[in-house]
Design a binder for this molecule. Structure first.
Ligand code: ATP
Ligand code: MG
Length: 365
């Protein structure tokens, strides 16, 4: 990675569907923040990693995609998928999942936060009650292709599927979570587990969590079985600060969390290589949403907030990048509270109007 703390090279991949509509708003807000806080963003527009590209070339990405990304600090990604023309396993495995694997983006980070003005699906919850992070292990664990079917087609048919956890893999995600908690006021880590049922890997995972906890005496640690943890996301979301989980459990929690805070159009995510050997990737949680594409009504907040996470990460959560992140999140709060809002938030504004309002709020400060 080449950048100093104020100049960043960003590959911009709008992808498919509403990715193409929310990306311009993400860039608009990033440019406003860069202008206000003295950051320089060198952006490279990239048309591949999209189903359009696949339709034209028969591939999701060109064979020299890695070289083309050389020297970039981050990938700012819209959405991928257009199931009407390209099956999801091709579009996803040919782009996003390749980045995750080949760039060893072993952290999947999702902030979960309730904003004022968004109807909360949970009863009696107000902003401030829900404000935590889900940290998901993104490269190993339950998601492997190791296994197979024995005696197929017979009464004895049995299927085996291996989990793979490594000490390096577990320790690095746990360390990330503890460091994140250390930087926050509440200093609390909740570790998702299931050591009462998954009798080999999960007790081992608990042991790695205990070992990590020993190095962070000021952090309160709470291990919870995944079943009750899901229930508590709904019933007591105010208990959480940083939640760390294996690949499968984190996958579930990182959808459940944002679902507890209203529309999917708000939820951002980061796929991080915290060691910065490779570009990290920042994208909305939502997909390409073919049902609303072409109407300019998609909510741009998830895209914009993902951009804020990008500036924060690229600047090591300090200085101008941290200030830009905080200003963008405050601008999102303002605009969600007082409008203009897109239809998923009960308003009538277009994607563009909401993006312009957030950019203006960033510039106003
Ligand atoms: P994925 O691509 O992750 O598999 P999906 O294709 O199943 O997801 P999405 O594309 O995320 O689902 O869309 C799910 C629903 O949420 C759709 O009805 C879509 O219109 C709505 N939706 C998604 N993103 C937004 C947004 N930014 N603003 C408003 N509505 C959205
Ligand atoms: Mg989709």
């Amino acid at each position: 990675m080449t950048s100093s703390t104020s100049r960043f090279r960003i590959a911009v991949m709008p992808g498919d569907g509403i990715g193409q509509e929310v990306m311009p708003e993400g860039l608009r807000v990033l440019e406003a923040a860069a202008q206000r806080f003295g950051l320089t963003l060198d952006t490279t527009p990239i048309a591949w990693a999209s189903c359009d590209w696949y339709t034209r070339t028969g591939e999701m990405m060109p064979s020299d995609w890695k070289q083309q990304l050389d020297g970039h600090d981050a990938i700012y990604f819209g959405a991928v998928g257009w199931p009407a023309t390209v099956p999801d396993h091709i579009s996803l495995w040919g782009s996003l999942l390749k980045f995750r694997r080949e760039f060893d983006q072993y952290i999947n980070l999702r902030p979960v936060r309730l904003f004022e003005g968004v109807p909360c699906p949970l009863a009696n919850r107000k902003p401030g009650d829900i404000d935590f992070y889900v940290v998901r292990e993104n490269t190993e664990g339950e998601y492997t292709n190791i296994g197979g079917v024995m005696w197929p087609g017979t009464e004895q048919e049995v299927v085996l599927q291996q989990n793979v956890f490594s000490r390096r893999g577990a320790d690095r995600v746990l360390k990330y979570a503890f460091d994140l908690a250390q930087s926050r006021a509440r200093k609390k880590v909740t570790v998702a587990t299931k050591s009462n049922g998954i009798a080999v890997s999960m007790p081992w995972w608990d042991g790695r969590a205990d070992a990590m906890a020993a190095a962070y005496p000021e952090i309160a640690v709470d291990k919870q079985h995944i079943d009750i943890l899901c229930a508590r996301f709904v019933l007591q979301p105010d208990r959480f600060d940083v939640v760390v989980a294996s690949n499968l459990f984190g996958d579930i929690l990182s959808d459940l969390g944002p679902a507890c805070t209203g529309t999917i159009g708000l939820a951002p995510s980061a796929n991080l290589d915290p060691e910065r050997r490779f570009p990290s990737l920042f994208e909305p949680v939502h997909g390409s949403a073919p049902d609303i594409f072409g109407k300019n009504i998609a909510n741009p907040v998830a895209m914009i907030w993902s951009g804020a996470l990008m500036l924060d990460f690229l600047s090591h959560c300090q200085g101008a990048g941290r200030a830009a992140h905080d200003a963008i999140v405050r601008a999102i709060e303002d605009v969600i509270r007082s409008g203009p809002r897109t239809p998923d938030l009960g308003g009538t504004a277009s994607t563009t109007e909401m993006g312009e309002a957030i950019a203006a709020a960033v510039l106003r400060g």
